[in-house]
Design a protein around this ligand. Sequence first.
Ligand code: IPE
Ligand code: MG
Length: 230
Amino acid sequence: MDGNGRWAKTRGLPRIFGHRAGADAVRRTVEASCELGIPALTLYAFSWENWDRPHDEIHELMGLLEEFLRREEPLLHKYRVQLKAIGRLEGLPENAAKALQQTIARTAHLDHMILTLALSYGGRQEIVDAARRLAELVHAGRLVPEQIDEALFSQQLYTAGLPDPDLIIRTSGEQRLSNFLLWQTSYAEFYVTPKPWPEFTKADLLDAIAEFERRDRRFGKAAAPAGAAG
Ligand code: IPE
Ligand code: MG
């Protein structure tokens, strides 16, 4: 979800107004995803590197997260959305962490869609944390290095149990992953729209899905010969 700051700047507004408009886009996108039957939606809300932003902006973003969770929880119940969070969550301020844990607990039984918020999240940090846990298991004699394969490694990631994403959408034109789901995106399709996140609508989501459906996903295999079935 990129472009909140630039969206505000072009209107002569402080960056927080962009983040507030971004929260409205989150609500729209969650609703649209539920209506379209998307089973899992992951939103990159706050990166590990975002901690280097000015203190005031971080404070406002964390306040907005708490406010958003309290305000939008009825929406999660209405659409039967289970909330999850991935990242180094222990670094979140107490109030935001509490709101997050409460909403996660109260939506744990809901099963129409899984909404995952990536918070204090970095893909490299996630891989390092997984490697550390595996090293601890080996050290404790509960695992031998030969047992470590892709499946076992995946189980140590914050996303354990979640499907790998099929489609990554990035707003506001930047063509990079910015430390998002590095392991999980190895064969994801990438879609970039020039629109800033606060302007992202259901129609844009449908455009992204239509483009995704036109992609030929081969997962490293050779293309099927012309005229072959499947
Ligand atoms: C994305 O918008 C929201 C967060 C990272 C929290 P930005 O704040 O990155 O907006 P730009 O990139 O400055 O326009
Ligand atoms: Mg940005």
